[in-house]
Design a protein around this ligand. Structure first.
Ligand code: PLP
Length: 385
């Protein structure tokens, strides 16, 4: 049950969970609806026309979807039990023998899934550095079913111009899918920039507390062939999020604008700080003037440049692992988008992927900036250099 707050700013939509409350108890907070099935009356009619069976109908899931839909400025939003479940649902919409253009240097799980899925289904997979518009233009000279981009990309922090990618995708007859996990809809409204589908791993900043696995897809045209196929796929294949996870996600969404603005503010300050450290060779962060994608990011991002950055430590794997190992406050763990700052040595996770072995990926949280600077400064200063 909700009242519409569409005309409000993202901070208001989020804080008020798009107007949802507990209609049974009049509680300010919507309840968690756990039922897997719903009652029928003596005439065998459903007591609520909205609810028949839990795989199709759940008020808690709908509340989280509606809040995210409004934040995305979308016409439809669907939640999935993980980011990868959302990714898979999009790929399953591509017919056997089709063609996909996929960005290089993106989240390795998407690449691995795409490679095995396309091989099994006889789909041509062309991998392109889409942040170079000329390469994308060349790839779009042949018809395609989908063009898949990630902005900013993880962990290369490349920035692709979504409006340009949209125009080129259309020329190829393809739907443009944008994985905006590292931006969130607060920083980048992918749909209004021309994406056909906006995808997020909601496990990351949308939830923001490192305690929920979830994924989302949103679109502006629910009648489109691809969205109809995705809806049918989620329904028939049963890739649904549980109500408890949806409730936790809704709780996380309520502070999304506040969190990502603080994370981005910290990230920019830390990127500038790290740029001036002797033992750091490079800092990749779209908010820095030195970033090749900075001018596009300035145009297409708002409220900051996101919470993800990569730094190249002077030396190799040993030195990078040494810095990661000496951190006391920043936690060593995979993943991103939580309120706590995490560090990861990506080459350990993705060996032979071309990721520099001196690269540390940082997901910046909401801690006090001076504590983060002190921790990194101390870890960078040790005698190994
Ligand atoms: N997309 C990006 C950019 C990611 O970083 C991840 C996970 O790290 C995913 C998709 C997959 O999401 P999930 O782990 O929720 O399945």
């Amino acid at each position: 049950m909700h009242r519409t707050v569409k005309q409000y700013h993202p901070a208001t939509i989020a804080a008020q969970a798009s107007g949802h409350f507990d209609v049974d108890s009049s509680g300010v907070i919507p309840g968690i609806k756990l039922a897997t099935t719903y009652l029928r009356g003596p005439d065998y009619a459903l007591l609520s026309n909205d609810n028949s069976y839990g795989r199709d109908d759940n008020d808690t899931v709908r509340a989280a979807e509606e809040t995210l839909r409004q934040l995305e400025e979308a016409e439809a939003t669907l939640l999935f039990p993980s980011g990868m479940a959302a990714v898979a649902s999009v790929f399953r919409a591509v017919p056997n023998g089709g063609r996909i253009v996929l960005q290089t240097g993106i989240y390795h799980g998407v690449t691995a899934f795409a490679e095995s899925f396309c091989a099994r289904r006889g789909i041509e997979l062309e991998r392109v550095d889409v942040s170079d518009a000329d390469l994308l233009r060349a790839a779009c000279e042949k018809p395609a079913d989908i063009v898949w981009i990630e902005v900013p990309s993880n962990p290369w922090l490349k920035i692709t111009d979504i409006a340009v990618a949209s125009k080129l995708s259309r020329e190829a007859g393809a739907f443009l899918v944008v994985d905006g996990t590292a931006a969130t809809p607060i920083m980048t409204k992918a749909l209004s920039l021309g994406a056909d589908i906006s995808m997020h791993s909601a496990t990351k900043a949308l939830n923001g507390h490192s305690d929920v696995m979830a994924g989302s897809l949103s679109c502006l045209n629910p009648e489109s062939v691809i969205w109809q196929s995705i809806m049918r796929d989620r329904h028939d294949a049963g890739a649904i999020i549980g109500p408890f996870e949806a409730w936790l996600l809704l709780r996380g969404l309520r502070t999304l604008p506040l969190r990502v603005e603080k994370m981005s503010e910290n990230a920019l300050a830390l990127a500038r700080f790290l740029e001036s450290r002797e033992n750091v060779d490079e800092v990749w962060y779209p908010g820095l003037g030195s970033s090749p994608g900075h001018h596009i990011a300035k145009r297409q991002m708002r409220s900051g440049f996101g919470y993800l950055m990569s730094i190249l430590i002077r030396g190799g794997s040993l030195e990078a692992l040494g810095v990661a190992g000496r951190l006391e406050l920043v936690r060593r763990a995979t993943s991103l988008g939580g309120v706590e700052t995490l560090v990861e040595h990506r080459a350990t996770i993705e060996p032979q992927s071309g990721i520099p072995d001196n690269l540390l990926r940082l997901s910046i949280g909401i801690e006090h900036i001076h504590d983060l600077e002190m921790d990194l400064d101390r870890a960078l200063k040790t005698k190994i250099f």
